[in-house]
Every structure is written in structure tokens, then in C-alpha cells.
Design a protein around this ligand. Structure first.
Ligand SMILES: [Zn+2]
Ligand SMILES: [Zn+2]
Length: 263
């Protein structure tokens, strides 16, 4: 499996992806908003884009579909429940469905509600797993829930699915928000030395050559995975004095998401 992360250099800071089979040269494009860059990259590598996957229905993820399909004839895949929101879906996906790319690549669809209620992430069945997580999980952050999502659902996706993946899973999100997200982690958990160190390392990174994190690293630097950190709970109590003495993880997550909305 070959992964190309494509930086769109737009105001929304989207990342698009090409996933290719090295044997056949067939490729799947994830959320190819910048269809021109994706097509140019595929041409450069000698790949044929045969499938498009939309992680969810938002326009900054689906906006390149039409031109990409016109140029390649690729089939469009998305969550089965997104049929009334994304025009022209050829294959509706449910949890556990396997997407094959060429002869060597297998990607498993995860049903990951929270950012929207029809959001899929893809998990590769490769020697080292990779997660293509759209707007569900960001480097050092979590997707917002104010355009069709729900924070309790996002909590269940984080704790019930994402946190249980292998620690070596590589994380490929739909946007480059890492610097701002690390600042939020440090605002919530000022003694997080790993987050401070990483912020210094990536603050001026070139998004064309962005750091790819692992799930293990996310568990160290992402506030939304640090629901049991004493300093996360202590600073949350300053913001929400009515918090119970021992707040449960779901309450912590939902309150963090609420603070992040206006941070
Ligand atoms: Zn979105
Ligand atoms: Zn987005």
C-alpha cells in the first residue's frame, strides 16, 4: 500500500489522500477536494484512480467528486446513510465492509458517528495499520459536532473504536490543525511536556511534508484521549465549577468539546 498525503493549501487546511496498489497502479482517492492536485499526483505516479471515498457529506470533502468522476470514471463510495446528502454514491458502506484497491490493498470501513452521523473512517489491513479518519480524529484534536453531529456519539466513537486500535496505527486526518490543537491541549493540560515539545517541533512544519502521528502519540498529546489526566480534570473544574467530584469520562469529553468550540 502506498499513501500520498496531498496538502490542498486552502483556507480550510484540507488534506486529500491517494491510496495505491503498488502492483496494479490502481488508486483510491479520499475526499479529493483539490481534484487537480490529486489527478496531477496520480498522473505523475502512473496510477489510475478507480474509486473515490468520501469520509462524510461536508462540502470541503465532497466538492471534488464531480470533476474527479468526469476525469476518471471512478466509483463513489460513502456511508450508506449519506445517500440523501451526497449525490451519485455507487456503493454505500456499513461497518466492517472491505474496500479493495488493486491486488494488494484492503481497507475496512469503520462506522464512526459524531462529527456527522454518516461518517466513515478507513482502517488499512496492512503490516502497519493506517487510519484515514476524515473529520472524526485530528492530530491532537477531535472534529466539531455543530454541522450534523453529536458530542456523545463522538465520545463513543473515540473510546469504543479509535482508542482500541493498535498503538502503532498511523493517523491520516482530513485537515491540518495540529498546531492549534496542541495549543488547546496545553491550555487544558499545561504540564503536558510531550505536547509542548511536539508543538515546538511542528510549529513551522511544511504541510506538504507533515508529521504523521501514531495512535500511541495521540494518546499522549490529544486532550480528547486524556480524559483521566488529573490536570485535564483540574482545569476543567476551573471552567465548570459545578463538575462532580469524580466526573465520568463522557462528561469530561463533552465538556472539552464544548470548550474547544469557543477556544
Ligand atoms: Zn466535516
Ligand atoms: Zn472537513
Amino acid at each position: 500500500m502506498i499513501v500520498e498525503q496531498i496538502w490542498t493549501d486552502n483556507a480550510y487546511r484540507n488534506f486529500n489522500y491517494l491510496i495505491a496498489c503498488p502492483d496494479s497502479g490502481e488508486a483510491l482517492a479520499i475526499d479529493p477536494l483539490d481534484h487537480k492536485k490529486c489527478l496531477a499526483q496520480a498522473k505523475d505516479k502512473g496510477w489510475q484512480i478507480t474509486q473515490i471515498l468520501n469520509t462524510h457529506e461536508h462540502g470541503d470533502h465532497t466538492g471534488g467528486n464531480r470533476k474527479m468522476i468526469d476525469a476518471t470514471g471512478a466509483k463513489l463510495l460513502a456511508h450508506a446513510n449519506a445517500r440523501d446528502k451526497i449525490p451519485g454514491i455507487d456503493r454505500g458502506l456499513a461497518a466492517g465492509d472491505v474496500i479493495r484497491v488493486g491486488r494488494t490493498v484492503e481497507l475496512e470501513a469503520l462506522d464512526t458517528p459524531g462529527h456527522t452521523m454518516s461518517h466513515v473512517c478507513l482502517l488499512s489491513h496492512s503490516e502497519r495499520p493506517a487510519l484515514f479518519c476524515g473529520d472524526t480524529l485530528f492530530n491532537a484534536g477531535a472534529g466539531n459536532c455543530h454541522s450534523g453531529g453529536h458530542p456523545v456519539e463522538l465520545y463513543h466513537t473515540f473510546t469504543g473504536q479509535l482508542a482500541k486500535l493498535g498503538d502503532d496505527t498511523m493517523i491520516y486526518p482530513g485537515h491540518d490543525y495540529i498546531a492549534n490543537n496542541l495549543r488547546f491541549t496545553l491550555d487544558r493540560e499545561p504540564d503536558n511536556a510531550r505536547a509542548a515539545q511536539l508543538l515546538a517541533e511542528i510549529e513551522d512544519q511544511n504541510p506538504d511534508d507533515a508529521l504523521v502521528t501514531s495512535l500511541a502519540l495521540e494518546k499522549e498529546i490529544n486532550a480528547f484521549f486524556r480524559l483521566h489526566s488529573p490536570s485535564v480534570i483540574a482545569t476543567l473544574r476551573e471552567a465548570f465549577p459545578g463538575l462532580p467530584a469524580e466526573p465520568d469520562a463522557q462528561t469530561i469529553f463533552v465538556k472539552l468539546r464544548e470548550l474547544r468550540n469557543s477556544w
